[in-house]
Design a protein around this ligand. Structure first.
Ligand SMILES: NC(=O)c1ccc[n+]([C@@H]2O[C@H](COP(=O)([O-])OP(=O)(O)OC[C@H]3O[C@@H](n4cnc5c(N)ncnc54)[C@H](O)[C@@H]3O)[C@@H](O)[C@H]2O)c1
Length: 262
């Protein structure tokens, strides 16, 4: 895949790492020498099979089931990380879910569910990971996977967009508070990336007429295409690596230029 070995001997945890961007990140860390990569997700069948596929390539990848919006499950997850691996160098808060939610008539429970995963889940995992890093004197890196939606409006997306905006603020505030311990917190704001989340009503976004018209034809994405999950993973790996040693609290757009147009 590539010749770099930036994560030699490191232990990394990727939430939502069984599919899409998270899977590409787990693969990237492992291919770059990580001693241990832990994929976390809700579905044992999907997560178990992802870890088996990566282990079959000779990579050190485990799967631990956990719903990151469940506080006691996250505590249990980090008890396991402490006892099984003893340290954590990198956390990627990648897990999220999107469901269209028209504002008028939206039930509070559905708004809450989005926040529970995207904001509370990242908050819980960040606090547990940071405590472990501080306890072990590890100068770690935490990367939040956000979206360009975090500072934009989109129809039927108030919960997801507000949650990603809150995640960006969590990035900045935790970056400030954790820097005293040598822990860097940064974020990527992804645009259109080809993953399971980008399949709408069974049709991949990039195959739809609206995508071809607005984003390619009218060049709303200057690079005129969807991003590949490996391109998102490369940016996340950069922020997790020592190559980004002077980057702290950044929200880096990875969107083919979409956020510079209007
Ligand atoms: N694909 C895109 O175009 C795009 C654009 C902007 C941002 N993003 C962000 O990228 C990240 C990865 O998304 P993706 O596109 O790879 O989609 P994906 O659906 O493949 O990945 C999300 C993963 O999170 C897991 N997950 C959801 N809720 C969870 C929970 N409570 N506990 C544990 N795991 C949970 C899902 O099972 C899934 O494996 C997300 O944060 C998403 O918001 C994606």
């Amino acid at each position: 895949m590539n010749e770099m070995r930036r994560f030699e001997g490191k232990t990394a945890l990727v939430t939502g790492g069984a599919t899409g961007v998270g899977y590409a990140v787990a693969e990237r860390f492992a291919c770059e020498g990580a001693g241990q990569v832990v994929i976390v997700g809700r579905r044992p069948d999907v997560g178990g099979s992802a870890a088996r596929t990566l282990r079959a390539q000779g990579l050190n990848v485990d799967f631990i089931p956990c719903d990151i919006s469940d506080e006691s499950a996250v505590s249990e997850l980090f008890r396991t990380i402490r006892s099984q691996y003893g340290r954590l160098d990198i956390l990627v808060n990648n897990a999220a879910a999107f469901e269209p939610l028209p504002f008028l008539g939206a039930e509070r429970a559905r708004w809450r569910k989005t926040f529970d995963i995207i904001v509370d889940g990242a908050w819980l995992c960040t606090q547990e990971a940071a405590k472990l890093m501080v306890d072990t004197g590890t100068k770690g890196a935490i990367i939040n996977v956000s979206s360009i939606n975090g500072n934009r409006a989109l129809e039927d997306s108030s919960a997801y967009n507000a949650a990603k905006g809150a995640l960006d603020q969590l990035t900045r505030n935790t970056a400030l508070e954790l820097m005293d311990y040598g822990i860097r917190v940064n974020s990527v704001a992804l645009g259109f990336i080809e993953t399971p989340m980008s399949i709408v009503d069974g049709v991949p976004e990039h195959e739809t007429d609206w995508f071809k018209d607005i984003y390619v034809g009218r060049r709303k994405i200057p690079q005129r295409r969807q991003g590949q999950r490996g391109e998102a993973a490369a940016a996340i790996a950069f922020l997790a690596s020592e190559d980004a040693s002077y980057i702290c609290g950044a929200v880096l757009p990875v969107d083919g230029g979409l956020s510079i147009t209007f």
